[in-house]
Design a protein around this ligand. Structure first.
Ligand code: FAD
Length: 476
């Protein structure tokens, strides 16, 4: 049986796995291989939290393959050379993989495909990450979309019922083709020491089985109230599927199928709202593919002239560590540090604080998220930051500045989220938890360890942002 290398990357699953499926359906012996090559990722090599997740996800995938009679070949080194050497060693006829859309990776993969084909191999890539390829949807004029609503409307019009594929219970063994053994996981992705990631695993179980459980749990317990509960910071009202989707541990088709299968048991408003969030993920990938400069530059070119503040290392560090003196911001930043994840509403609040009240360039925030999020995803992270900063596609206008006190009162009304992540504020009665500087006596008596005042006065920070924006609109 001739070999096909099934080159796995951010599609660490067997279920609904198009490269594996193609190998089996076309009569090749699939040899699953993962090549660790962070240097190929350009300016955006995976951050520490991503690596901690990937380590566990690869271990889960290896175990799943072994359970089915196959195994994972883990290698490291320059990607093309490694694939070519492995193909020569195993006599492989084909190399199959799922597409990725990060600019550096798209360029690298195009080169790899050309080189493999020139060497006489069958090299083929598949869509296993998106509902729509970034080039499948275009405006009437044939341009890429820059506004979400018409993008999603055209996606819904082109929508086909999700089709999924179940991996077989048994897979052929690579031993049949004399495939060598790879390197130990500890050599390429050692466990973090000290174990700063311990808190991540109270909330998440990386790998395909963990993803399936998270999806089933969400559909059963939270989908039915998604539209209302998704914004409440302290409630488990969202799916928390983002790292599983980023690492491809569950296919987005499988997620969409599960949500649609809930049928009449769930109100259309909840279902549609959730599908629209998957739509934002699609939109982010569409924009990244068509505007590959966005991870480093404003999509709206007017902002190239914006008067960002000079970065103050002390202010930035206080933001990162959740010591800004603004409770909802500090709660979010500490949730991120401890769990590798942050609620979407709070991501917007902390990003608005950084880019508006502190007037720091959004890339400072994007880089920190990149290193600390387990769901760090170049398309979604860039979009989230540029959207909040007002510099991106279909962005919130720059002059829309989140008031962190009003946001906390609305989306954490009982103050439980703040009390959980900023426990030194738990003794304060609820309204004081949102703006403790307005209650100096209580703060001194009940929460003496918390900053006396915010790192920037709320009104002054807001005015500074508005002034800088006004100057941009009417340059002197
Ligand atoms: P759910 O509400 O259950 O949504 C389901 C899925 O839809 C998510 O898993 C995610 O894949 C997708 N999704 C939901 N909201 C968005 C959105 N606004 N944009 C794109 N996709 C979305 N998401 C990431 O996956 N990686 C990132 O690096 C990332 N960085 C962000 C940075 C900022 C500043 C902001 C404001 C948002 C960012 N997001 C990012 C988007 C969003 O916050 C997360 O996708 C969401 O919080 C994940 O939680 P969930 O899986 O429970 O979402």
């Amino acid at each position: 049986m001739a070999v096909a290398l099934v080159w796995l990357r951010d599609d660490l699953r067997l279920d609904d796995q198009p490269a594996l499926r193609a190998a089996l359906e076309r009569g090749w012996l699939p040899v699953p291989v993962y090549i660790h090559a962070p240097d190929d990722e350009g300016d955006w090599a995976p951050g520490a939290a991503s690596d901690a997740w990937r380590r566990r996800s690869l271990a889960a995938l290896a175990a799943e393959l072994e359970r089915r009679g196959s195994r994972l070949l883990l290698l490291h080194g320059p990607t093309l050379g490694t694939l070519q050497a492995l193909a020569a060693l195993t006599g492989a006829e084909a190399v199959l993989w799922t597409r990725r859309y990060e600019p550096a990776i798209e360029q690298r993969d195009a080169k790899i495909k050309r080189a493999l084909r020139q060497a006489g191999l069958h090299a083929e890539s598949f869509n296993g990450a998106l509902l729509f390829e970034p080039w499948e949807l275009a405006t009437r004029q044939g341009d890429p979309y820059r506004v979400f609503t018409p993008f999603w409307r055209s996606a819904r019009a082109a929508w086909r019922a999700p089709r999924t594929w179940d991996a077989p219970a048994r897979l052929p063994s690579p031993d049949e083709a004399g495939v060598p053994h790879g390197v130990p996981l500890d050599d390429v992705l050692p466990a973090p020491r000290p174990a700063w990631d311990a808190g991540f695993w109270d909330r998440f179980v990386p790998g395909e089985a963990g993803a399936r459980r998270a999806l089933a749990h969400f559909v059963e317990h939270a989908l039915g109230d998604y539209a209302a509960a998704r914004d409440m910071a302290g409630e488990p009202g969202t799916s928390r599927l983002s790292p599983h989707l980023h690492f491809g541990e569950v296919s987005v088709q499988r997620v969409a199928a599960a949500v649609l299968a809930a049928g009449e048991a769930v109100a259309a408003a909840d279902r549609d709202r959730f599908l629209a969030e998957l739509g934002w993920r699609e939109f982010a990938h569409h924009v990244l593919h068509h505007y590959p400069h966005v991870p480093g530059r404003n999509l709206d070119p007017r902002f190239e002239a914006f008067a960002w503040a000079n970065p103050s290392p002390a202010k930035l560090q206080a933001w990162r560590e959740g010591r800004t003196g603004v409770p909802i911001v500090d709660a979010g930043m500490r949730e991120l540090w401890h769990t590798g994840w942050m609620h979407n509403r709070v991501r917007m609040i902390v990003a608005s604080w950084l880019t508006k009240h502190l007037r720091l360039h959004w890339e400072h925030g994007a880089r920190w998220f990149w290193d600390t999020l387990v769901d760090a995803d170049l398309a979604n992270n860039t979009q989230g930051w540029q959207w909040t900063a007002g510099t991106g596609a279909d962005a919130a206008p720059y002059f829309r500045i989140f008031n962190p006190v009003a946001q906390a009162a609305k989306f954490d009304p009982d103050g439980a989220y703040i009390a959980r992540w900023v426990p030194e504020l738990a003794p304060l009665p609820v309204p004081a938890r949102f703006a403790p500087w307005e209650h100096p006596d209580l703060l001194r008596r009940l929460a003496p360890a918390y900053p006396r005042r915010p790192q920037v006065d709320l009104a002054a920070g807001r005015q500074g942002a508005l002034d800088a924006f006004a100057a941009l609109r009417s340059p002197a």
